[in-house]
Ligand binder design. Structure first.
Ligand code: F6P
Length: 343
């Protein structure tokens, strides 16, 4: 078969490992040929692609980002998009199947295309770990590792200056990155979108820690909803796919903590640092296994399905199942972390 690969949505450590394993498995096990569409769905729609040979994927599993480039182009919103034109384009370039590697937005596009007759399978990626039907996505472990390291560094300054340090992390509308990196760094308070915490409660935790001579570390997810607000702070416009660009909550709570407690407080927004650089060993393995599975799904003609992690097994799931709402942090996981907050 001649198979097209694309990476779409935000970049994520592990994308290259998927590309490598799918290509190597296809060439070695099935005699397949590969093309890589540049910049996500855009490259597929505009037939902007490169051939992907064994040499092209050599050594890329350890590299962050994506060798194909990415974008947030939607396959139905582009002027040459939609199933009819896409089918014609794939036929013209002899592409028999597409492997779309991406998060929620990309996989929703893949599902719709599969329903409309395009031979496409998915691979879930996101540092946010918010996709249902898979226990973990690659990129998450790397993000946790980077954020934890950053917080360890923030604590050095916090302890030296007797300050409260706030760290705003990504994660969109779920708190997985905040919960895991906060626990790993020994945070004294973690704020996530799934749980309402009052500013009074937060200040109490901060004061308790400060009064026993420690420097409080507060980790806040970008999607945390402040007291008396209905939505997360999103004063930075919209992404290309129309979703609100989150951010700003770290500065917001920093001001409130300082005003109410009198404790000198600083915010650091970790931002895209969390998505950058090389994937961890865990993410390379997960991404490699996803790539192998995706290739098998193509040969099964399991259009509209994706590779997924269940326990330690890599399995096939319907994209519909993965897109049925967000995978939120369960209340028990938050309560468990909360045992160690404050005093
Ligand atoms: O979905 C991954 C993610 O990094 C989110 O955590 C974050 O809100 C968003 O993407 C940022 O997107 P962009 O790179 O377009 O600013």
């Amino acid at each position: 078969m001649r198979i097209g690969l694309l990476t779409s949505g935000g970049d994520c450590p592990g994308l290259n490992a998927v590309i490598r394993s799918a290509v190597l498995h296809g060439i070695k096990s099935y005699g397949d040929e590969f093309v890589g569409f540049k910049s996500g769905w855009k490259g597929m729609i505009e037939a902007d692609y490169i051939d992907l040979t064994r040499q092209d994927v050599r050594g890329i599993a350890r590299e962050g980002g994506t060798i194909l480039g990415t974008s947030r182009t939607h396959p139905y919103n582009h002027p040459q998009g939609g199933p009819v034109k896409i089918a014609q384009q794939l036929k013209r370039h002899d592409v028999d199947a597409v492997i779309a590697i991406g998060g929620e937005g990309t996989l929703a596009g893949a599902r719709r295309l599969a329903e409309d007759g395009i031979p496409v399978v998915g691979v879930p990626k996101t540092i946010d770990n918010d996709l249902k039907a898979t226990d973990y996505t690659f990129g998450f472990d790397t993000a946790i590792s980077i954020a934890t390291d950053a917080m360890d560094r923030l604590r050095t300054t916090g302890e030296s200056h007797h300050r409260c340090m706030v760290s705003e992390v990504m994660g969109r509308h779920v708190g997985w990155i905040a919960l895991h990196s906060g626990m790993a760094a020994g945070a004294h308070a973690i704020l996530i979108p799934e749980q309402k915490v009052s500013i009074d409660q937060l200040c109490e935790w901060v004061e308790q820690v400060h009064s026993r001579g420690r420097s409080p570390l507060v980790v806040v997810a970008e999607g945390f909803i402040p007291e008396n607000a209905d939505e997360a702070l999103a004063g930075k416009g919209q992404e290309a796919d129309g979703r609100p660009r989150l951010g700003g909550i770290g500065d917001f709570i920093t001001t409130l903590i300082e005003e109410r407690t009198g404790i000198e407080t600083r915010n650091t927004t970790l931002g895209h640092i969390q998505r950058g650089g090389n994937p961890t060993g865990y993410d390379r393995v997960l991404a490699t296994r996803f790539g192998i599975k995706a290739l098998d799904l193509v040969h099964e003609r399991a259009w509209g399905h994706m590779a997924s992690l269940r326990g330690t097994e890599i399995v096939k799931v319907d994209l519909q199942e993965a897109l049925d709402g967000l995978k939120e942090v369960p209340a028990e996981r938050y309560e468990e972390a909360k045992i160690l907050f404050g005093r």
